[in-house]
Design a protein around this ligand. Structure first.
Ligand SMILES: Nc1ncnc2c1ncn2[C@@H]1O[C@H](COP(=O)(O)OP(=O)(O)OP(=O)(O)O)[C@@H](O)[C@H]1O
Length: 578
């Protein structure tokens, strides 16, 4: 469609006004010579084509203004297809430009002598005037196109907003609802033709907090129409002035379920997943099963890698909180300055590097679930009092905030340190120790579990054979003998890593002594004939490797090991590569 056709009624009005003033007919044709608008004598021809080789045609072809003083003698009219029937006496044609293209012609046509004289005598001023008109037309077109673009964009935005699985409510500066999406209309059962004012949608207290105080951030869960929502509010700022608010309402139940799902899909652990038949392990298991159903704090203590987290998860699964989240936090792996915000969350902008909308802490996120405080012995002394207060008062305050938030997670803590001894040395608060240590359960080291080593080794062998698609039937007798003799400073984690290694490198159908030895015994054999410098290097490397075996292989663990050994992380990597 020609652009001019889209603004036909606007230009028709315009030329009618011009005709009333000048008494000279006006007409507009598009780039295909179709007459879009016309006055008086030419009105009949609207919608028809202007003649081929006419002044309009020339004007489009050349892009130049054309003035015909006398139509009968003008050379321009000689070839005109309407030459015989034409009743125009003189004519002034100006091309209409839009975006550097000629999109039509604006013409003034005189049909009587008076109009002809008028046109001839004022030729220059009419030419200027027509030029102005043509530029007004292109401005109208520009606005029309911009309006269409805006309309399209707003449709695009509305489609997007309506396709979201979250509620969106947009308020203007008068706090009136100007946009509300289908999700929230359906969820709250609202009438699209009669959207209630926002203060009737939100509870009074929430409305005040979200809207009245320039609030930016998250609030909730808020109960609306039988559902619970987390509401995120962001002001719309234009030149630093608040012009409205966007509220995003997320279904709290779904959020919880997705956290649970991601938690559970990898981590539903029951007491049946705790492999082993030794009396010491069965005793720990019995105690854990006994306390799982009671909502008390449990302290799991034992060496690193003995399965404390596995026990914590099994307790959670067997507890009445199993349908809520299990959250773990490693108190030793988080830098001291971040631990408070990790545990209790923070309000927006409360410290440099903080997320702009604030963050929910582990306590809040696990409020009806289980919070596993791993490596509790590494919790900075200054934080211990805050933790105690949260446990005693069952409420927390986000960093930078001042509103108390109710929380009530079940606490399971774990440590590989002698906490009682730390209390004696004033490294751990006595009051916190008693609060956590209501039910202590000792998780025995692997070297005390006897034949469990073989049971676990066979279990891991089956598991990793499947993972790495290998056909391994078991271990040779000497290999099992070595597995039983080894003392596993890294406990089950070390055994698991050892078997994974063996599954990858073993080329026979039974895991051989050599394969296992190459992982746990290789250092001694290679140390012969080395210089002192080489021995030092090898020793340093083995110290780091042993530490990593205990701490794990992730970056945080490497940082911890580097800190513990008093070297930088870069030095740690270098020494491992040497
Ligand atoms: N009895 C068990 N049966 C099967 N796998 C186990 C058992 N105990 C521990 N594991 C496995 O051993 C690894 C270490 O266990 P876990 O992380 O629970 O130990 P931890 O005592 O919490 O260690 P850390 O003190 O270093 O945090 C995990 O991969 C876990 O799945």
């Amino acid at each position: 469609m020609s652009l001019l056709k889209g603004i036909r009624s606007e230009v028709q009005h315009m030329i009618e006004a011009m005709y009333a003033v000048t008494n000279i007919d006006f007409t507009i044709v598009d780039e295909n010579l179709y007459r879009i608008a016309a006055t008086n004598n030419l009105k009949y021809s609207v919608g028809k084509k202007a003649p081929f080789h006419s002044a309009f045609h020339h004007c489009i072809e050349t892009g130049k203004q054309i003035f015909i003083e006398d139509a009968r003698s003008s050379p321009i009219c000689l070839d005109c297809a309407n030459k015989v029937n034409c009743s125009e006496l003189s004519e002034l044609c100006i091309p209409i430009h839009y975006n550097d293209n000629i999109i039509g012609v604006l013409g003034m046509c005189a049909f009587n002598e008076r109009a002809k004289d008028n046109l001839i005598n004022n030729r220059d001023s009419y030419a200027r005037f027509e030029k102005q008109l043509s530029s007004i037309i292109s401005t109208i077109l520009g606005e029309k196109e911009y309006g269409m673009m805006l309309e399209y964009k707003s449709l695009e935005l509305m489609t997007l907003i309506n396709s979201l699985n979250e509620g969106i409510i947009i308020l203007n500066h008068n706090k009136e609802v100007i946009t509300i999406n289908n999700y929230i209309i359906d969820k709250l059962g609202l009438d699209i033709n009669q959207i209630p004012p926002i203060y009737n949608i939100l509870p009074d207290k929430i409305f005040k907090k979200l809207i009245e105080n320039n609030f930016k951030g998250e609030i909730g869960p808020v109960k609306l129409g039988g559902f619970e929502f987390i509401i995120n509010s962001s002001p719309i700022l234009i030149k630093d002035k608040k012009q409205g608010v966007v509220l995003v309402l997320s279904d709290f139940r779904k959020m919880k379920e997705s956290v649970l799902k991601s938690n559970l899909s990898k981590d539903i652990i029951t007491f049946d997943d705790i492999i082993g038949e030794s009396e010491v392990l069965l005793e720990a298991r019995r105690q854990a099963i006994q306390v799982a159903g009671k909502d008390v704090s449990v302290l799991l203590f034992g060496e690193s890698g003995t399965g404390k987290e596995v026990f914590a998860r099994a307790i959670h699964t067997a507890s009445c909180r199993k349908d809520n989240v299990f959250m773990a936090i490693n108190c030793g792996a988080i830098p001291e300055n971040l631990i408070e915000s990790e545990l209790f969350g923070y309000e927006k902008g409360s410290f440099t590097g903080a997320n702009r909308t604030g963050k929910v802490g582990k306590f809040e996120a696990s409020k009806d679930g289980t919070l596993f405080l791993d490596e509790i012995g590494d919790l900075p002394y200054s934080m211990q009092v805050n933790l105690l207060r949260a446990l005693e008062e069952k409420e927390i305050t986000r960093v930078g905030g001042n509103e108390p938030i109710k929380v009530n997670p079940r606490i399971i803590s774990a440590t590989n340190k002698d906490l009682a001894n730390m209390v004696a040395q004033h490294l751990f608060r006595e009051d916190l120790f008693y609060r956590l240590n209501i039910i202590p359960i000792h998780i025995p080291p692997l070297r005390e579990r006897g034949f469990d080593v073989i049971i676990l080794a066979r279990y891991f062998l089956r598991y990793f054979s499947e993972v790495y698609d290998k056909n391994l039937d078991g271990f040779t007798a000497e290999c099992e003998q070595l597995l039983l003799q080894y003392n596993y400073p890294g406990n089950i984690r070390e055994l698991k890593n050892l078997i994974e290694y063996a599954v990858i490198f073993e080329e026979n159908s039974l895991v051989s002594l050599e394969t296992i030895k190459s992982k746990i015994g290789f250092k001694k054999e290679r140390l012969n004939n080395l210089s002192l410098a080489e021995l030092t290097k090898a020793y340093e490397k083995s110290v780091i490797e042993n530490e990593l075996q205990l701490a794990g292989e992730c970056l945080d663990a490497k940082r911890d090991v580097a800190r513990k050994l008093g070297i930088s992380i870069a030095t740690l990597y270098r020494k491992l590569e040497d």
